[in-house]
Design a protein around this ligand. Structure first.
Ligand SMILES: Nc1ncnc2c1ncn2[C@@H]1O[C@H](COP(=O)(O)OP(=O)(O)OP(=O)(O)O)[C@@H](O)[C@H]1O
Ligand SMILES: [Mg+2]
Length: 455
């Protein structure tokens, strides 16, 4: 077996060496001149630097895409460990010469970063072939100055994370409404809030469905990895993705988990039988983030996710903890425990009282609001009252039943993404909000799949 690379395994996961070798020849797309090199890329601002690569804005020079605004991602340099994006051509050539001379282990370290890039390229190829509307327009992999780069058309400045942070700063969901082109949004109006949450949820679920139609489990669905473009969401960053819907599994190892625990489902490792449910859970957590105001802020969402994990990935248990730690409620009327824990907390497991429990959440939240002024941003029952009210309506769209369906602990019990989408569409239609469907209404089996390549 090949030696184990000794680079820190903190970045994108789940690539096997065999996968890499079979991928290596397959999805290299040349953008530029005859010798396979781009004529030029003018690199601009650095947009990010992960453990395995760097991402830049830029402009293409020469070739058929001359002048195009792009985003380009390269693997960490050929030595795998030392990151330096300021090499000139001669330095890069020296480095490549060095790479040719160094031993196998050192070369494998470099290879690991490149492998991730190859897997990302492959996933982009799959999505571009089957569901191009789901992701940022991918142009291909190119060689430049001896390095491999993946190149996308620059699709827009805002990630969903940027938009949520703006909402937090403004104390209003207006930036989200604007990003999703919901022009009739009025801050503070419960109906508008509900419509906006349903619009966001249907875009999220649609992305999840389109990924699965392309045979891809993204595995890193989170606001930072979604661009808001033209009123829709586009997926980016396929560095953790795995192709699951086709015969050749790429980027998938059964015993490796995804990278961002904050949005990952409780199973952590993808369940091959229900792989399409993995990303749906992450989408459900994004919905949770939007309906509960304090969580718009990334820092509070991080705290939420710690508490949520401690609560066993169970929203009701998490709410029980919020109730217990709501100091306003504890001091109510000067008595100890002027409030009662929800019935379901006392009689856990009895499914029949869930509507009673939901009613109690709102009662407690209203009590928390009536008692005293609340510290800004602090997580109390009062601070999430709008979200609790939104969840408590019966019927279609985002509500307790549908959210619990998306966040079921076991992937096999989790809702069917298409059903969730149908339900959201029905709800929006009855509210007079109509959005074109990007994913097929047909059975996934009818979607023509690209070939799995050498896998
Ligand atoms: N096609 C695109 N158009 C516009 N911006 C993009 C595009 N692709 C990526 N970006 C921006 O670059 C950032 C990093 O891209 P990406 O998520 O693919 O890389 P990453 O490996 O996660 O890097 P990092 O670890 O720094 O986030 C994104 O968060 C986004 O802001
Ligand atoms: Mg990213």
């Amino acid at each position: 077996p090949p030696p184990v690379p000794d680079v820190p395994l903190t970045g994108p996961c789940n690539v096997s060496l065999a996968d890499y070798q079979c991928l290596n020849d397959h999805h290299f797309i040349e953008l530029g001149t005859d010798d396979g090199d781009l004529e030029g890329v003018d690199l601009g601002t650095k947009l990010g630097a992960g453990s395995y690569g760097s991402v830049f804005r830029g402009k293409l020079r020469g070739g058929e895409h001359d002048g195009l605004d792009i985003v380009a991602k390269r693997a960490r340099d050929w030595e795998g460990r030392i990151c330096d994006d300021n090499l000139n051509n001669t330095q890069m050539e020296d480095r490549i010469r060095h790479f040719a001379e160094i031993g196998t282990i050192a070369r494998d370290c470099a290879g690991l970063s490149i492998k991730y890039l190859e897997v990302e390229a492959y996933m982009n190829d799959l999505v571009m072939a089957a569901r191009p509307a789901a992701a940022a327009p991918y142009l291909g992999m190119v060689m430049l100055n001896g390095s491999r780069w993946l190149v996308w058309e620059y699709a827009g400045a805002d990630t969903l994370e940027d938009v949520l942070v703006r909402c937090d700063e403004l104390g209003s969901l207006a930036p989200l409404a604007k990003a999703l082109r919901y022009d009739d949004f009025v801050e503070g109006d419960a109906g508008c809030f509900q419509n906006l949450v349903n619009i966001l949820a249907r875009h999220l679920v649609e992305c999840v469905i389109m990924m699965s139609e392309a045979g891809v489990a993204h595995r890193d669905v989170k606001p930072l990895n979604m661009l808001c473009v033209g009123g829709r969401l586009l997926m980016i960053d396929f560095g953790s993705a795995a192709s699951m819907g086709i015969s050749g599994r790429v980027g998938y190892d059964w015993d490796k988990s995804p990278c961002d625990p904050r949005y990952a489902p409780p199973e952590q490792f993808i369940d091959e039988r229900y792989w399409t449910k993995f990303d749906l859970y992450s989408a459900g957590l994004i919905v949770v983030r939007v309906i509960f105001r304090p969580l718009w802020c990334g820092k509070y969402f991080d705290e939420f996710s710690d508490q949520y994990h401690k609560a066993g990935y169970d929203l009701d248990r998490w709410l029980d903890a919020v109730i217990r730690s709501d100091t306003t409620l504890q001091g109510a009327g000067g008595q100890k425990r002027a409030w009662r824990l929800p019935l379901a907390f006392r009689r856990r497991g009895d499914r029949s009282d869930s509507s009673e429990r939901e009613g109690e959440y709102i009662e407690l939240a209203a009590k928390s609001c009536s008692l005293e002024a609340h510290a800004e941003g602090k997580l109390t029952m009062c601070s999430i009252i709008e979200g609790l009210e939104l969840l408590s309506h019966d019927g279609e769209g985002v509500c307790w039943a549908s959210l619990r369906g998306m966040l079921k602990e076991h992937p096999k019990d989790r809702a069917d993404p298409r059903r969730v989408l149908d339900d959201l569409d029905a709800s929006l239609k009855s509210a007079g909000v109509e959005i074109d469907r990007r994913c097929a209404a047909v059975d996934a089996a009818e979607v023509e799949m690209p070939s799995a390549g050498g896998g």
